[in-house]
Design a binder for this molecule. Structure first.
Ligand SMILES: *[C@@H]1O[C@H](CO)[C@@H](O)[C@H](O)[C@H]1NC(C)=O
Ligand SMILES: *[C@@H]1O[C@H](CO)[C@@H](O)[C@H](O)[C@H]1NC(C)=O
Ligand SMILES: *[C@@H]1O[C@H](CO)[C@@H](O)[C@H](O)[C@H]1NC(C)=O
Length: 177
């Protein structure tokens, strides 16, 4: 009796661990929003954006959020040379809108941003290395499809895993007896 109860508890535990692992894989495929500079945002002096960037895992489809005081700062995408030398002329694109501005990473490459007005020289520049999504996770473009399929997939998947785990443990239990 106690053995059977233990087996049931073990089965439930294993099943939930498996399901949680599977769910986290699905979540990994979701686009993430990265707030540049963390809680301080896009600001003069106070943040080392090289260090911030080194701690991020940014994938294609993810977004960057720049939060800043638009009276002083802006956000311009530039090339590597302009990034290194803080050149704010002839930039690639201007991300600046209201001061809580987002931009999506659409390619696996390094994106370079800086603030004009001389603030780049005070460290307001960031290089963001964008990686291809891991092969397992769904690509951003298939997001709409996979989210509509998700509930039914989830149900059948959880059932399959549960049934398999229960059968497996039951076999082990009978064998061991
Ligand atoms: C920011 O951090 C990097 C890496 O730790 C370091 O090399 C660099 O000198 C720092 N920059 C500033 C402006 O302190
Ligand atoms: C980078 O951009 C600057 C300013 O537009 C331009 O003069 C330079 O030729 C560009 N460098 C490269 C390697 O594209
Ligand atoms: C960037 O765009 C903002 C908002 O449209 C505008 O106010 C600003 O002048 C632009 N900055 C540059 C350097 O073009």
């Amino acid at each position: 009796m106690t053995i059977r109860k233990d087996v049931t508890v073990a089965a439930a535990t294993v099943a939930s661990v498996v399901v949680m692992g599977w769910l986290s894989l699905v979540v990994m495929g979701n686009p993430m929003l990265h707030k540049v500079g963390g809680s301080k945002g896009w600001i003069n002096h106070d943040v080392n954006y090289t260090q911030w960037s080194a701690q991020q895992h940014v994938y294609v489809g993810d977004w960057l959020l720049f939060k800043f005081d638009k009276r002083y700062f802006n956000v311009l995408e530039v090339n590597e040379t302009s990034y290194e030398n803080c050149i704010d002329r002839d930039f690639i694109s201007n991300v600046t809108r209201g001061g809580r501005d987002v931009v999506q990473m659409t390619e696996a490459r390094t994106y370079y941003y800086l603030s004009g007005g001389g603030y780049c020289f005070h460290g307001m520049k960031v290089a963001v290395n964008v990686q291809q999504l891991p092969a397992m996770a769904p690509a951003p473009s298939s997001m709409a499809v996979s989210s509509s399929l998700l509930p039914s997939l989830m149900c059948s998947c959880i059932w399959t895993i549960l049934v398999n785990v229960l059968c497996f443990l039951n076999l082990v239990f009978i064998d061991g007896f």
